[in-house]
Design a protein around this ligand. Structure first.
Ligand SMILES: Nc1ncnc2c1ncn2[C@@H]1O[C@H](COP(=O)(O)OP(=O)(O)OP(=O)(O)O)[C@@H](O)[C@H]1O
Ligand SMILES: [Mg+2]
Length: 318
């Protein structure tokens, strides 16, 4: 979890609200250019973490460093580096999109020339050019969210902290947003974002953190998260012609259960110590020996939803 070249370093951070631990001894490192997906149930502490990173909460215990700067001591330096989309983005409703962005540009320290240059770029990036003279009060929820993203991107920050950036976006806009995130990360922008849409996290995050009741229960790549799971490994066999002989596959060494879940689908769960590659080989051989006609055989990978639920429920059972 620790590395020397982290761009964002959170060390043993604890934040209490009276008796409630919003964050409990959370440590995580994010490298430059990495996309970090932060997931966890409502009230887990994701927004609290982000507010600490952007300097909106200063009374916490532990250490926070961004680049060469410490938070909260060097808040002003850090503000120049980062763009932030709050969870409940609020604008002055009477202003137009363009005017709102101009104000945010000034607040981020851009000069007038840079503001005039950057605004058309971010409007275009987020498909807001046509509506740029609309008043904020006249925008749909998703459009307001996009204006929030536009202001976070305006000064081309090295670090983006986005609290539920996909909230309210339609599928096409979500797709575009994910492309933007990938592009920015390729050019070295570090991105932290929270989301309840786990498939989106899976699509763009290099590293994922699962937070529950203020504690970081898992941190790592999707593959690392899969490895720590207690979900049984399963093999799926798709039959091309119906056959009753499939039940014989349950006798193969290392299988735990076998079940027909659809007329053409057989699911084998493996014993925990079984090597899945060996099991696939044995199943393949048995299929040939038994003369079963199949369309495919594959090791099923747990979905990110299963991974998430497994870690969260494990925490609740403790
Ligand atoms: N200003 C506050 N005063 C007291 N408690 C707070 C305050 N802000 C947050 N909390 C509590 O801290 C905990 C963490 O809240 P936080 O907003 O960080 O969760 P979250 O993971 O962002 O949740 P969500 O997915 O719903 O956005 C919650 O129990 C919340 O009620
Ligand atoms: Mg939140």
């Amino acid at each position: 979890m620790k590395s020397d070249n982290a761009f964002v370093s959170i060390q043993n951070v604890t934040k209490k609200y009276n008796d409630l631990y919003a964050l409990h001894n959370v440590s995580l490192d994010i490298k430059e250019g990495e996309v970090f997906g932060y997931i966890g149930p409502n009230g887990a502490g994701k927004t609290t973490t982000m507010k600490i990173l952007v300097g909106l909460i200063s009374d916490f215990q532990g250490k926070v460093r961004i680049g060469d700067y410490k938070m909260p001591a060097q808040k002003d330096e850090i503000h120049k580096l980062l763009g932030y989309l709050p969870q409940n983005v609020a604008f002055q409703e009477w202003r137009t999109i363009k005017d709102s962005l101009k104000i945010f540009g000034k607040l981020s320290g851009l000069d007038d020339q840079e503001i005039e240059k950057r605004i058309p770029d971010v409007l275009d990036l987020l498909d807001l050019t046509e509506v740029c003279n609309k008043k904020i009060s006249k925008l749909s929820g998703g459009m307001t969210q996009k204006v929030g993203l536009a202001q976070a991107l305006l000064h081309d920050p090295k670090l983006l902290i986005l609290d539920e950036p996909l909230n309210g976006l339609d599928p096409l806009s979500r797709q575009k947003f994910k492309e933007i995130v990938k592009k920015l990360s390729k050019k070295g922008t570090t991105i932290l974002f929270s989301s309840h849409i786990l498939s989106d996290v899976q699509d763009v995050a290099d590293v994922i953190g699962i937070l529950n009741h203020g504690k970081l229960v898992q941190f790592g790549s999707l593959n690392q998260l899969k490895q720590g799971l207690s979900i049984p490994k399963t093999i799926e066999v798709l039959l091309s012609t119906p056959s009753d002989k499939w039940q014989e596959l349950g006798k193969i060494k290392g299988t735990h259960t076998i079940e027909q879940t659809a007329p053409d689908k057989i699911i084998l769960t493996l014993q925990s110590e079984t090597d899945p590659d060996e099991a696939i080989n044995s199943v393949g051989k048995a299929i040939v020996d038994l003369g079963i006609n199949i369309r495919g055989i594959s090791l099923l990978s747990p979905s990110i939803d299963e991974i998430y639920l497994n870690y969260i429920q494990r925490g609740q059972a403790q």
